[in-house]
Write a protein that binds this ligand. Structure first.
Ligand SMILES: [Fe+2]
Length: 192
């Protein structure tokens, strides 16, 4: 549990970065306030999927950095055995084989290391040249990028927030992401 507390502390700093939209920082602040109170119903999604094997190559460029990005990458690695893995299988416009070429890692949230229902904190991992389907969900969501990657909100243009940058998706608004030549790794948090 010390590893989880440490991860939450370093991830909290990333979601307060000036590179995030103000509304995203504010929402994330509420998520991390809730996370101060541990909660866990013990449910675990421990099955692994092919894309889990991309985690090391996605983390590698950050592992030697003495920044909060480096702290977060190292912290994710310590949590790997306890991450709750799941895949999205619905939504439109996903690239061919996107199901096999992505995985979502739940850390705090249903089926995660701290299985709870009031917030979600985890990450998405996409193989190179993969487009995640258009999707929407009632909870508001903020992302922080740990790699290169492009995002699209509603029918807008694709944009790359940059490593350490991020975005915020309002409740129920359509969004998607896609990777280029390297794996995409993005942390997300949702206020449920
Ligand atoms: Fe989303």
């Amino acid at each position: 549990m010390k590893n989880l507390e440490h991860f939450i502390r370093v991830a909290r700093a990333l979601f307060q970065a000036p590179a995030l939209p103000e509304a995203g920082r504010q929402m994330a602040m509420k998520v991390f306030e809730r996370l101060e109170q541990p909660s866990d119903d013990g449910k675990r999604n421990l099955a692994r999927y092919p894309a889990c094997d991309l985690l090391d190559s996605a983390l590698r460029p950050l592992l030697d950095e003495t920044s909060s990005l480096g702290d977060t990458a190292r912290a994710i690695k310590t949590l790997e055995p306890a991450i709750g893995w799941q895949r999205r299988t619905s939504g439109s416009n996903g690239s061919k084989d996107y199901v096999e070429k992505h995985v979502n890692g739940m850390i705090c949230g249903p089926g995660g290391m701290e299985s709870r229902y009031d917030v979600q904190l985890g990450f998405s991992l996409l193989a190179p040249n993969t487009r995640y389907p258009d999707h929407r969900h009632p909870p508001e969501e903020a992302y922080v990028l740990l790699s290169a990657g492009e995002f699209r909100q509603r029918d807008g243009d694709w944009f790359d927030p940059g490593i350490g940058g991020g975005l915020r998706n309002p409740p129920n608004s359509l969004h998607a992401m896609r990777s280029g030549a390297t794996p995409l790794l993005a942390l997300w948090c949702l206020l449920v």
